[in-house]
Design a protein around this ligand. Structure first.
Ligand SMILES: NC(=O)C1=CN([C@@H]2O[C@H](COP(=O)(O)OP(=O)(O)OC[C@H]3O[C@@H](n4cnc5c(N)ncnc54)[C@H](O)[C@@H]3O)[C@@H](O)[C@H]2O)C=CC1
Ligand SMILES: O=C(O)C(=O)COP(=O)(O)O
Length: 532
């Protein structure tokens, strides 16, 4: 069945055609996102949800989204999506990190001019027939200091445009290197220095716990008298009431505000103040940017839903469409290795070590580690996948290490998973054969060559005569057909293991008969869903 996507915000209709062309069914309901009750009612039907900023993807929506696999944000900010809730449920959240950056940077520059020359007020007055030439005295940008807070994709474009306008540009961004700053022709400064020096301040950070409310009475007090502030990032970065007070007192000479604490903003302490220019979150609203982001999000979501490719996900490593088919058998192997260990380990796991040997070491090991963890956690948590597993593992305090090395054995590629609990260390290794099927090649250091099936039985026993006969007889009597039987031992008469691939689930009562035998230490029924 074709995957189904709901477009619940005003995306360019370009997206609809792309979804259809790529075999994805699409419901284009650009106003539905604003109706939370309706969204809650219908979301269960969809594999994908394409949004802008109006749809709020809350935990409640995510709980109701029983089929949802991907949320695609046609734009940059994902603060309207509960990412932890989505990740826990295994839902990928992706955005389009560059599609609207030029457009938004241009809006910030437009705001700066609008505030410097009071364009909206001058326009209104002129059109009202007042001709108030002496009322609208502006300031020049040339030679002024522009302080950019947050110098990422958008901030950097604004900075270079500022340089082009012959402004002195200074930037505060903890992740901005001095090299990058000098490449951009700007100066990297500390925040208090920026506040002290800037004639214009423009905000371009994401909304985080650190940035929320960063422009408040205290920070405003540190700024130059007559500073002008532009915010085309997120409303919550500014405490609107504090900014309104600073404008009323004359400390701040003007502000260009595109984004608000509450949106849609029907009311704000900033409304009606002299030289405050407001726009209704228009930063990304140009034909070009909307085409870019709609096209990109539809391509990314379709690629994920139909081919398993992951691009620009906030909560999952990227997998390209080209590597997805090559990676898939190794993802299955990694899941099986994790699932094996998860099912035979009954106590808390303290650490996980994954070694990628040979060709697989050159693949996307981040994704493979997520797959291993997903297999591992599945025995404890029913709903887990590559997105949620790393988070769950971290929540459980499991330490994860990953290493790669050149081919060290007979196999072109293999993955070895070792886990440590309070009492023991356990390892399993596997490879993918040329038929694309995963195999276990080593368990507990004992070599084996076991095809993996949906239902399996694992035993550990003393290497003694009669084990094959015992298993054959007990399973035969119970009507359980053995498809494949693999044995291994560390030395004659030493520790031995058996892995049986059986055609149906083995009831516990049947396994008890195996466990009763004096040479058997353990017998565990294993399940590898979706493998055969
Ligand atoms: N008004 C609108 O319609 C639009 C608004 N946006 C918003 O613009 C903002 C910036 O977007 P991008 O440049 O694409 O993001 P980005 O991730 O490329 O850049 C953000 C920068 O902020 C920096 N940063 C993080 N915490 C910081 C802190 N505490 N202080 C200073 N810098 C900090 C980061 O190091 C990064 O360099 C986002 O909030 C985004 O949601 C984006 C597009 C349209
Ligand atoms: O991309 C972003 O972060 C934006 O804020 C753009 O929002 P919008 O898609 O115009 O609702």
């Amino acid at each position: 069945m074709a995957p189904r996507v709901l477009v619940s915000d005003k995306l360019s209709e370009t997206a609809v055609q792309i979804f259809r062309d790529r075999g994805v069914e699409v419901d284009f309901q650009p106003n539905l996102g604003k109706d939370r009750e309706k969204l809650l009612e219908v979301i269960g039907q969809y594999d994908g949800l394409a949004i802008r900023s109006a749809t709020k993807v809350t935990e409640k929506i995510i709980d109701a989204a029983t089929n949802l696999k991907v949320v695609g944000r046609a734009g940059i900010g994902v603060d309207n999506v509960d990412i932890p809730a989505a990740s826990k449920k295994g839902i990928i959240v992706m955005n389009t990190p560059f599609g609207n950056s030029i457009t938004t940077a241009e809006h910030a520059i437009a705001m700066m001019f609008a505030v410097a020359r009071q364009l909206p007020a001058a326009d209104a007055s002129t059109q009202a027939g007042k001709w108030e030439k002496s009322r609208f005295m502006g300031v020049e940008l040339t030679g002024k200091t522009l302080g950019v807070i947050g110098c990422g994709n958008i901030g950097a474009i604004v900075a270079t445009r500022g340089v082009g306008l012959r402004m002195r540009v200074i930037a505060f961004d903890p992740y901005l290197s001095h090299e990058r700053a000098s490449q951009l022709g700007i100066e990297k400064v500390e925040l208090d220095d920026l506040y002290k020096r800037a004639d214009f301040i423009t905000l371009h950070t994401p909304m985080t716990d650190k940035t929320r409310g960063m422009i408040n009475a205290q920070s405003l007090a540190k700024m130059r008298d007559g500073v002008r502030i532009v915010n085309c990032a997120r409303g919550g970065l500014i405490v609107e009431a504090d900014l309104a007070d600073a404008i009323k007192s004359g400390k701040v000479a003007g502000a260009g505000i595109d984004v608000f604490e509450t949106e849609p903003a029907k009311d704000s302490p900033l409304f009606g103040l002299d030289n405050v220019v407001c726009t209704p979150h228009l930063g990304a609203s140009t034909t070009e940017a909307q085409e870019n982001v709609a096209l990109q999000v539809a391509e990314q979501m379709s690629d994920y839903l139909t081919r398993g490719a992951v691009t620009n996900a906030i909560n999952m490593p990227s997998i390209t469409a080209e590597e997805a088919p090559i990676l898939t058998p190794f993802v299955r192997l990694a899941e099986c290795l994790g699932a094996f260990v998860g099912q035979v380990t009954e106590e808390p796991i303290r650490s996980v070590e994954i070694v990628y040997d040979g060709l697989v070491a050159e693949m996307n090991t981040k994704a493979l580690t997520s797959a291993t963890l997903s297999g591992l956690m599945k025995s404890q948590v029913a709903e887990v996948n590559m997105v949620s597993a790393p988070i769950m593992a971290r929540e459980r305090g499991i330490q994860i290490t990953e290493s790669t090395r050149d081919k060290s054995g007979v196999f072109d590629s293999y993955i070895k998973l070792t886990i440590v609990t309070e009492k023991f260390t356990r390892s399993v290794a596997g490879t993918v054969f040329s038929d694309g099927k995963p195999r276990f090649i080593q368990i507990k250091g004992i070599n084996i060559d076991a095809e993996i099936g949906e239902h399996m039985v694992y035993t550990t026993n003393n290497d003694a005569p009669g084990i094959i006969g015992l298993l054959g007889t007990v399973f035969g009597k119970a009507g359980v057909n053995i498809a494949n039987f693999q044995l291994g031992r560390n030395r004659p008469g030493g520790d031995a293991i058996a892995l049986l691939y059986v055609d149906s689930a083995v009831p516990e009562g049947v396994l008890d008969q195996v466990r009763d035998h004096k040479e058997i230490h353990r017998a565990v029924a294993l399940r590898f869903d979706g493998i055969s």
